[in-house]
Design a binder for this molecule. Structure first.
Ligand SMILES: C[S@@+](CC[C@H](N)C(=O)[O-])C[C@H]1O[C@@H](n2cnc3c(N)ncnc32)[C@H](O)[C@@H]1O
Length: 255
């Protein structure tokens, strides 16, 4: 079962995605996407709407920024953050069925979403359908094999991370997305890693917050008890703190 983006889940994502780590990630995404005034851009799985806000500033009043998300709780947060901006429109919707005509959009962006989407070939065909010739698509996702987290009990840590991977359909999507994008009719123009590095324990970091989400999620999975989860949390937070992971971006154009 993947994560639930109900009101509580949506608020947790909003908190984690407010940290300087993810603010930096959004800046990297925007630099690679390079949105221009007047463009029509879709954010698939727009979540709490941070990227919608930044895209609206970039496309200006002549442009349009569409956010779609299947979670009403996420759309409520996005509406509060960006719904009043003239360029922004929000709708319930999903990556599997994009509610736009063929070749309608200059660009599609999606961060931390396709790892939750079961049928990647179908979803990438939808991306290819809605982006215009000469347009572009930018995706960002995590490969959970990229995590370095300093712990004393490495065996327990491996069980916790294996249980946590169940929150996604595709915990290693970046390794295969070039093939899937090529099959869907895209050419890859750039791939970059976006590292997160937390070399000390600080509560306002991605890793300090996601550790709590992980500890709650893994209970009763892979034989892990509440005591196991609490002991793992104390382990990552104790002693020498060190966390690093990579998120990956791919930029693709229709061919
Ligand atoms: C981790 S959040 C990322 C939110 C946002 N893209 C960001 O980076 O701030 C994952 C989002 O994907 C959405 N989502 C899950 N399955 C989806 C699907 N099939 N199509 C579109 N969005 C989906 C969730 O509702 C949630 O808002």
């Amino acid at each position: 079962m993947t994560l639930s983006f109900d009101s509580e889940g949506a608020r947790q994502v909003e908190r984690v995605y407010s940290t300087p780590d993810i603010v930096h990630q959004r800046a990297e995404v925007l630099a690679l996407l390079a949105p221009r005034p007047g463009e029509r851009i879709l954010d698939v799985g727009s979540g709490p709407g941070f990227l919608l806000e930044a895209l609206a500033a970039a496309v200006g009043p002549e442009g349009a920024v569409h956010g779609i998300d299947p979670s009403p709780a996420m759309n409520a947060l996005a509406a509060r953050r960006a719904g009043a901006l003239p360029a922004v429109s929000l709708a319930l919707g999903s990556a599997e069925s994009l509610p736009y005509p063929d070749a309608d959009l200059d660009a599609v962006v999606s961060t931390q979403v396709y790892e939750y989407v079961p049928d990647i070939p179908h979803a990438f065909a939808e991306l290819r359908r809605v982006v215009r010739p000469g347009g572009r698509v930018l995706l960002l996702d995590t490969d959970w094999d990229s995590v370095v987290w300093h712990v004393a009990d490495r065996a327990r840590h491996a069980r916790v991370m294996a249980a946590w991977e169940e929150h996604l359909v595709h915990p290693h999507l970046p390794a295969t997305w070039a093939r899937h994008l090529t099959d869907a009719g895209f050419g890859i123009t750039a791939q970059v890693a976006v590292p997160i590095l937390n070399p000390r324990l600080d509560e306002d970091t991605y890793s300090a917050l996601i550790a709590r989400t992980i500890a709650a999620y893994v209970v009763d999975r892979h034989g892990l008890t509440t005591d196991d989860a609490e002991a793992w949390l104390a382990d990552v937070r104790g002693g020498d703190y060190f966390f690093s992971m990579n998120r990956f971006c791919v930029l693709a154009v229709p061919v």
